[in-house]
Ligand binder design. Structure first.
Ligand SMILES: Cc1ncc(COP(=O)(O)O)c(C=O)c1O
Length: 407
């Protein structure tokens, strides 16, 4: 049976005078977010429990890079810079007369376009009923443990080097975080949920089919939910990434498995906010039931745009080519500047090191007007790496090569 997250059941008794619910973690314990007082009532501040937003901590390096006479080259974030394909923009515009509420479950057309893409591009069969559109994938990642009813007393495993939002989701739920890449590293700990991310942000590592299979078998034996973030699935370079829902991984049995996808990178749609979660019928059904209460709805014009994005593979291939070329230029440029490029078999990032503390590399590059993200944003194991995004324009990428060649 689905246990409603604590913030739903607690909302009537813990709400403020304005009716706002208490913080999602409803932290009563000693390791919860710090409490503050508003109008005499104890309130929690979930944001205060999180560390500073990572990119705010490299503002000084950003200012340094902005001082370069030819301007900053910002490779610190993976935000698409190329145009939204015309057919997608047309579909958005054509659907703009949308006075009524859209369905939380998404239109049948959107869910069918998504499952047809999964089948065509990735050999995965999903029933369109077992699909839920999300408002980009980040909001889901940041709330999934809580939305599945996990909280205090539950342990959620995330990769050693991980997109920071997995940790946010675990902390917001009040669950315990464990960073581990190998099942042996988890040991006897009782685990409720495990996040996989292949291809990885930040490393670009792709988990081989044997590893994925092993994790599925392990999780099944223990009733552990696997959430697999596959937002870079269309961007394999040296290897072809496989979905957790692929029959070679799960044997056609999707119970306990959720795959998370996004149109942000593959279709340059980060500004539209459209992602998906699919897989286990019961889990998707529970998410749908909860998200109807929350009003977590993708706008109707964006749903229509998503159909256009998923039905046409040609623009995705064009975009792939752009990234492949930029990736090659950046890999050569960083290699020439003494950086080794580790992993980086897929996705939009180069995982680079010069064997020095990450912030030394960030500072050295900022002096040349190039901003990158320190590996420490992604976990302690990133202490000597920087993450270089391949999402700058051709002109800016060429400028990186020029600046690094100049020494
Ligand atoms: C691994 C990973 N998951 C999820 C997201 C969120 O993407 P979006 O919210 O645009 O779908 C990102 C964005 O960079 C990411 O790198």
């Amino acid at each position: 049976m689905f246990a409603f997250p604590s913030f739903l059941s607690a909302s009537s008794s813990a709400g403020s005078a304005s009716g706002a619910p208490a913080g999602p973690a409803d932290p009563a314990g000693s390791d919860g977010p710090p409490a503050s007082t508003t109008a005499g009532r104890a309130r929690s501040d979930p944001a205060a429990a999180l560390s500073t937003f990572p990119w705010d901590t490299i503002e000084t390096f950003k200012h340094t890079a902005q001082g370069h006479p030819d301007g900053i080259i910002d490779l610190s974030v993976g935000t698409p810079v190329d145009p939204v394909p015309v057919a997608i923009r047309r579909a958005l515009a054509d659907a703009s007369d949308a006075p009524g509420y859209p369905q939380v479950h998404g239109t049948p057309e959107l869910r069918s376009a998504y499952t047809a893409w999964l089948d065509r591009a990735h050999g995965v069969t999903v029933d369109p009923r077992d699909v839920l559109p999300t408002i980009g994938s980040k909001e889901l990642v940041a709330s999934l443990p809580g939305q599945l009813g996990f909280g205090r007393g539950d342990t959620v495993v995330i990769p050693q080097l991980a997109y920071p939002t997995y940790e946010v989701g675990v902390r917001m739920a009040g669950a315990t975080l464990l960073r581990a890449d190998a099942l042996t590293a988890i040991g006897p700990e009782r685990v409720s949920m495990i996040w996989l991310n292949s291809p990885s942000n930040p490393t670009g590592k792709v988990l081989p089919v044997e590893h994925l299979r092993k994790v599925v078998t392990w999780a099944r034996a223990r009733g552990v939910v696997i959430a697999s973030d596959e937002c870079y699935l269309d961007l394999g370079w040296d290897v072809t990434p496989l979905s957790i829902l692929h029959p070679d991984v799960c044997g056609g049995d999707q119970r306990g498995l959720l795959a998370v996808h996004s149109l942000s990178k593959r279709s340059n749609l980060a500004g539209y906010r459209l992602g998906f979660v699919s897989g286990d019928r019961d889990l998707v059904g529970r998410l749908l039931a909860l998200r109807r209460h929350l009003g977590a709805i993708v706008p109707a014009p964006v749903q229509a745009a998503g159909v256009a994005a998923l039905e046409d593979d040609a623009p995705v291939l064009v975009q792939r080519e752009r990234y492949a070329e930029r990736r090659a230029v950046l890999a050569t440029a960083f290699g020439g500047a003494g950086f080794a490029v580790d992993e980086s078999q897929a996705g939009l990032y180069l995982w680079c090191t010069r064997g020095e503390p990450a912030l030394e590399s960030v500072a050295w590059l900022a002096d040349r007007g190039i901003l990158v993200a320190p590996g420490t944003f992604y976990g302690p194991a990133g202490a000597e790496h920087v993450r270089v995004a391949c999402t700058a324009t051709d002109e800016r990428v060429a400028a990186v090569a020029k600046r690094l060649a100049a020494g």
